[in-house]
Design a protein around this ligand. Sequence first.
Ligand SMILES: [Zn+2]
Ligand SMILES: [Zn+2]
Length: 299
Amino acid sequence: MLEVITHTLSVISLLTCFAIFFWLIAQRLHKPEGKTENLRNFHCAHDPVFFNKELKCEAFYPAISIILTQPIIFFVVVQLHGVMNTVVPYQMFDKSIENLPVVVQLVLGLFVLDLALWVRHSFVHKYFWPFHAVHHSAEEISWLTTKRLHPVDDFVMGIIDFGVLFIIGFSAEGMAIAVVVKSLHNMYIHSNIVLDYPKPWKYIFVSPNMHRWHHATEKEAHDKNFCVLFAFIDYLFGTYYVPDNALPKAYGSGHNEMDDIANKNILKELWLPFKMASETSVAPASASPNGAEIARETP
Ligand SMILES: [Zn+2]
Ligand SMILES: [Zn+2]
């Protein structure tokens, strides 16, 4: 029990440090002044505020993730680890990975993690959209949006991440370091920063701008930019979409009830995906012939 309290307090302290850090950076950046603003300059996407209007929803998800979802994922992973050790008696490349320098292991781990992320992110967009729509319902993207994940979405993604890294053959330490680096970069690309990279870097690394387009309401941007680290993975799979020198007009899931910030509370947001999943109206023309897909509404 004491361990759980210590862990929770240390995570809360860490998140508070991040909040102050991102807020201080945001204070020093200037706001874009027009459409011709060079997106390669660091600047804020919106006025920096310490508490934005979506805080009541956004602050809830990291808390529920720490207190509930992560311990459940940890428990399931420990159980699965035992089962997988017998079902999968060897990990695919563990011996080869073990002998590599740590930096190479890390880069390889990040690449594998991002590749797995492309697979599971496109999977949740296609088959788990009502739950993942919570992440997309943010009207303003901020570093806290990173963890704006419905517990079901958080759980499914956590288990897929573990499964892929385990089968490839990463050690527990290797998996932990790769996950931490990926998570920090994920916060950076969600932060209140407008930044596009010059070519060819914009095709290699994911920029804050690239992920802003992932959250855009524009139809052309739907189901694009799934990765959080390596843009070339999206490029190779044909899901890269980053128009030059342009920002999305608006952000949201495209589902009116889900995007309705003024009339939404946390309980409603938790329950809404179940309602959406049961409604046939959210699986319209774009659904697959077998009806398995649950697509987003187009505004
Ligand atoms: Zn998404
Ligand atoms: Zn996002």
